[in-house]
Design a protein around this ligand. Structure first.
Ligand SMILES: *Cc1c(COP(=O)(O)O)cnc(C)c1O
Length: 456
């Protein structure tokens, strides 16, 4: 057996056997999910039309370690453990005393962290006899990840893709079709939610909130069809914790501890995936670590949103969850990190911010692309536009270390590569990207439309 083979077997053995459930360690429990009709906490039966029982159980579980089913680990073997790199050339380029580490999730088949949960969700659905999954996608990363996972476990997958992305990102759509999924521009005429939007605005560009309404509506109508969400929900973030569990072990192998942990946050899943195992260490062992979520200045859910009960979608078909939200009718201005354009945020991430266990910052897109280009020139990897937000904060932190003359260890999540997003880089290099602010009036209106909730 060659040395390489031995190393391979060793590393494969390092794929975690259990996900980490941060709900087990929360000093204050989370607010319950509410039924929009009754205002009462939802039970498993309310969610059963949409999700498999295994995921519903995980949604509310307070067990710390949740076993990863062996068939899921078998699929993870293809790219996990994901590499942890020390960004030495970036450190040199920035002339910083900081040590910069990044966990690279772009090595998965679809090029981001999203298959970590897509594979688990497809497995649980197939295991419970489901034949078809519906979902939404913005930039296309989630749709292509679920399409990939569906092909492995023999599920049909229908993806409702935000119309503006459908036209802007034809290769993401082609990737979904290559995996055997059907990709429909949203709003579509296939659902009542889509038709209602088109009646008001035949040229609607669509939004994630609208696409979610379409996918949920279809799943609720059929017994053999369920809905799959790529971020936000507790079980989704649970599945992503393989990232942080591996990173803790890899940092130990490197002989260092991070002083700052950074992730970009759209719905919160890659951030939570890296951060939660460190949050657990912070709560249980008093680990001294700052944990920072980075969001786009044009869709500032954590830094400008309200922590309140809201719907997850535009047509108000979902249950009410307490989260940082900009209001379900909020439409962010156009910018390139499509995966960060959601009005809400993971309830757990929102809760941790509220409890002071994590921090949040926002950055404009041109600064992010600039940091992305600096990173690419030093490290050779093109970050996804979403991931450049984490890169930007890591670079800023490294420069603060330089200014203060102190050495700190920085760990960030490089959630995906940008190979399908080169049009955005082309615009950036051509000087055609601008920093657009959200419409403060529209935000105010959207927040005034938050549902009144008695239980608050
Ligand atoms: C989808 C996506 C994100 C944003 O989603 P989160 O749930 O916040 O992680 C970030 N980076 C990449 C590469 C993505 O595909």
């Amino acid at each position: 057996m060659s040395d390489e083979t031995v190393k391979y077997l060793l590393s494969e053995d390092r794929i975690p056997k259990a996900w980490y459930n941060v709900q087990a360690d929360l000093p204050v429990p989370m607010a319950p999910v509410l039924h929009p009709g009754t205002g009462q906490p939802v039970g498993p039966d309310d969610l059963a039309p949409l999700f498999p029982m295994a995921c519903i159980g995980q949604e509310v579980s307070t067990e710390r370690d949740i076993e990863i089913p062996e068939p899921v680990r078998q699929v993870y073997r293809q790219w996990r453990p994901a590499p942890l790199y020390r960004a030495r050339r970036l450190e040199e380029a920035l002339d910083t005393p900081a040590h910069i580490y990044y966990k690279y999730e772009g090595v998965s088949p679809s090029g981001s962290h999203k298959p970590n949960t897509a594979v688990a969700q497809a497995f649980y659905n197939a295991n419970e006899g489901v034949k078809k999954l519906t979902t939404e996608t913005g930039a296309g990363q989630w749709g292509s990840s679920l399409a990939y996972a569906g092909s492995i476990f023999g599920l049909e997958v229908d993806v409702y893709m935000v119309k503006v992305s459908y036209h802007q990102k034809p290769y993401r759509r082609a990737l979904m079709e290559a995996y055997g999924a059907r990709c429909v521009p949203s709003p579509s005429t296939e659902t009542a939610s889509g038709r209602a939007i088109l009646e008001q605005d035949p040229d609607s560009n669509g939004s994630l909130g609208i696409a979610i309404s379409e996918a949920v509506e279809l799943a609720a109508q059929r017994d053999d069809t369920k809905y799959s969400l790529g971020s936000v929900l507790n079980h989704v973030l649970l599945h992503q914790t393989v990232i942080g569990i591996e990173a803790i072990e890899q940092m130990e192998m490197a002989g260092e501890q991070p002083d700052v942990v950074i992730g970009c946050a759209g719905g919160g899943s890659n951030f939570g995936g890296l951060a939660f195992p460190f949050v657990g260490k912070k709560i249980r062992e008093g680990m001294d670590v700052r944990i920072v979520a980075v969001e786009p200045a044009a869709c500032p859910t954590l830094t400008r949103g309200t922590f309140a009960y809201d719907f997850g979608d535009t047509a108000h078909l979902t249950p009410l969850v307490k989260m940082h939200t900009l209001g379900s009718s909020f439409m962010p201005p156009g910018f390139h990190a499509g995966g960060l354009r959601y009005h809400g945020m993971s309830p757990i991430v929102s809760h941790l911010l509220d409890q002071g266990l994590i921090e949040a910052v926002s950055h404009h897109q041109t600064g992010c692309f600039e940091a992305g280009a600096t990173f690419a020139r030093a490290e050779g990897i093109i970050p996804a536009p979403e991931s450049t937000h984490a890169v930007k904060e890591a670079v800023d932190e490294a420069l603060r270390c330089k200014a203060e003359g102190v050495q700190r260890n920085i760990l960030f999540n490089l959630s995906g590569h940008g190979h399908f997003d080169m049009a955005a880089y082309t615009e950036f290099f051509g000087g055609n990207l601008e920093d657009r602010d959200y419409d403060a009036k529209a935000l105010e209106t959207a927040l005034q439309g938050l549902p009144p909730v008695a239980a608050e």
